[in-house]
Design a protein around this ligand. Sequence first.
Ligand code: FMN
Ligand code: SF4
Ligand code: SF4
Length: 263
Amino acid sequence: MKMQLYAYTGTGNSLWVARQLASELKEAPLQFMPALSRDLKVEADRVGLIFPVHIWGLPVRVIQFISHLVVKPGTSFFAMAVNAGQPAATLLQLKKLMSSRGSTLALGYSIVLPSNYIPWGGPGPIETQQRLFGKAQEKIKWIVQEILRGERKKVERGPFWQNLPFSLIYKLSFRSVRTMDKKFEVDDKCNSCGICSKVCPAENIKMVNEKPTWLHRCEQCLACIQWCPQEAIQYGKKTVQYPRYHHPEVVLKDLLEQAENSR
Ligand SMILES: Cc1cc2nc3c(=O)[nH]c(=O)nc-3n(C[C@H](O)[C@H](O)[C@H](O)COP(=O)(O)O)c2cc1C
Ligand code: SF4
Ligand code: SF4
C-alpha cells in the first residue's frame, strides 16, 4: 500500500507531528502541502494530512489543497488537526469537504500542542509544553496502529459548546483572513534581515525600503511574527510582551524549505 503525507505549519508543531508519523509509518514519504492553483494528481492509496487548526477550522491552505487534489478511486485519507486545545468541528469540516469531492476521510485526530496564537499570549510554561509533547507522542503511536489496521472511525471533535458558536465565528471571519495582516507592524528592532519574507509560505511579505510590507494575501500562519529573530514584528499592542514560540525540534531551515516548496 502506497502512503503519502502532506504537512502545513506555521511554527513547526504540525511538522513535528508529521515527522513522528512518518518515522512510525516507515514507508510514508512526507512533503509540504503546496499552495495549489491547479490540480495535483496523487497516486497514493492512503493520504495523510497534518495541519494546524486556525480560528476553529481549516486553514485556507488546506482548503485550497483539498480542492485541487485528484486521487485514484478508493484512496482514503487520514488527518491530524494540530491545535491548542480547541479543535472544535475542524475535522468534521474536512470530512464534509472531502465527501463533497467524492473522497473519504477514514480517520481524523486532534493533537494538542502549545499555542502559537501569540495575539492571545505565549505558549505556556516549558513543563506544560513538554507534557504536551509527551502526550502527543503517545497518542501518535496508537494512531499509527489504527492507520496500519486500515480502520474507519468517527473523526474527533471538540465539545458541543466549542463546535456550534466557534464554527460560526470561523465562517464569519474566513473571508477576512487574507487582510488580517493589516494588524502586523514592525518596530525599530528590525535589522532588515528579510527572514520574515523568506519564511512566509504565501509570498505575502515584500521587503520595501529594507522593511517588511504585508501584501494582504495572508494565511495567518504566524510564521513571520514567530520566527523574526529580533522579535520586531507585533500584532496589536500586547505581543511585545509575549515570548515567541516554535517547536524546539523544528528549525528555521525547515520553514524556509516549506516556503520554497510552496512556490
Ligand atoms: C490564526 C490562528 C488561529 C488559531 N486558532 C486555533 C483554534 O481555533 N483552536 C486551537 O486549539 N488552536 C488554535 N490555534 C493554535 C494552533 O492551532 C496551534 O498552536 C498549532 O499547534 C500550531 O501548529 P503549527 O506550529 O504547525 O502552525 C490557532 C493558531 C493560529 C495561528
Ligand atoms: S525578520 Fe524581523 S528583523 Fe528580519 S526583516 Fe523581518 S521584521 Fe525585520
Ligand atoms: S504574512 Fe505572516 S502570517 Fe501571513 S501567511 Fe505570511 S508568514 Fe503567515
